[in-house]
Design a binder for this molecule. Structure first.
Ligand code: FPP
Length: 259
């Protein structure tokens, strides 16, 4: 349970939703940050303006998740399908990633946040690949929270790669087919070592997974929020955790009291 001090209550002022005083944070929250484009278009702005505002939400939500005691926060920043967007938008997004990694690492280190990337880095521009490695190294001592950024991430491709790697190992006689277990597959994914998400949240009202953490989401709770990502803030995160706390997770079993 997490209680707010009176100082924190003043800091967050009226924004504290009812029940926020008594939050039990999930260990791992993963977010599909949707609606940046619509947020911008509604205001007559170019789509990239929505992504820039989305970066503000990234900062707010990272800080708040950490303050609330979340241990892993995963953000879906760029999917393997996002390369199909107009060139200008893809370039704009790459520039935002560069900007974030150059500017934010010091803050992450100061706040004890470790950054980790999931996905296939090999298709990212070379300078960004370098920044990703540097950011992971620089923040590697962070113990308060792990910020997992999904960049060029596609869940099916990740599972295919894992299957291919395991079958190569079977073919080479290193392991037998009985060794191809759920644990062995999990260990070959780019999320290896990261616990499965407890909560996947998607903004902007869309209700789909879009090739995000398909394997890892076997027992995850889903929450679809009717707000565009640039409008998602600390209070929205608290509300999401309150909703999560009201869920009854049974992992396929039956609760003792109702058995
Ligand atoms: C989806 O909204 C959003 C993205 C594809 C990009 C998300 C990226 C950021 C918020 C920038 C920075 C992130 C980090 C972690 C450094 P959309 O464009 O699909 O929105 P739409 O559905 O309204 O078009």
């Amino acid at each position: 349970m997490l209680g707010f001090t009176s100082k924190e209550k003043t800091k967050y002022s009226e924004g504290i939703p009812e029940g926020a005083d008594d939050l039990t944070p999930p260990q791992h929250i993963a977010i599909i940050m949707d609606g940046n484009g619509r947020w911008a278009t509604k205001r007559g702005l170019p789509r990239i303006a929505g992504h820039k505002r989305g970066l503000n939400s990234v900062r707010k939500v990272t800080r708040e998740a950490k303050a609330l005691g979340v241990k892993y926060l995963t953000l879906f920043a760029f999917s393997t399908e996002n390369w199909l967007r107009p060139r200008e938008e893809v370039h704009g997004l790459m520039d935002l990633f560069r900007f974030y990694m150059r500017r934010e690492c010091k803050t992450l280190v100061a706040e004890g946040v470790r950054i980790k990337f999931i996905g296939d880095p090999s298709e990212m521009p070379e300078d960004i690949q370098k920044l990703m490695i540097e950011a992971e190294e620089l923040t590697s001592d962070g113990e308060v929270m792990t910020l997992v950024v999904a960049l060029n991430y596609g869940s099916r491709a990740e599972i295919v790669r894992a299957a291919a790697r395991l079958s190569e190992r079977v073919a080479a006689g290193e392991i037998s087919s009985e060794d191809v277990t759920e644990e062995a597959i999990s260990a070959e994914l780019t999320t290896s070592g990261i616990p499965d998400p407890d909560l996947i949240l998607r903004t902007s009202g869309e209700q789909r997974l879009s090739n995000f953490l398909l394997w890892q989401a076997a027992y995850t709770e889903f929450l679809f929020v009717d707000k565009h990502w640039p409008d998602f803030d600390q209070t929205s995160l608290q509300q999401a955790i309150i909703a999560y706390n009201n869920r009854d997770r049974r992992f396929g079993a039956v609760k003792e009291a109702s058995a």
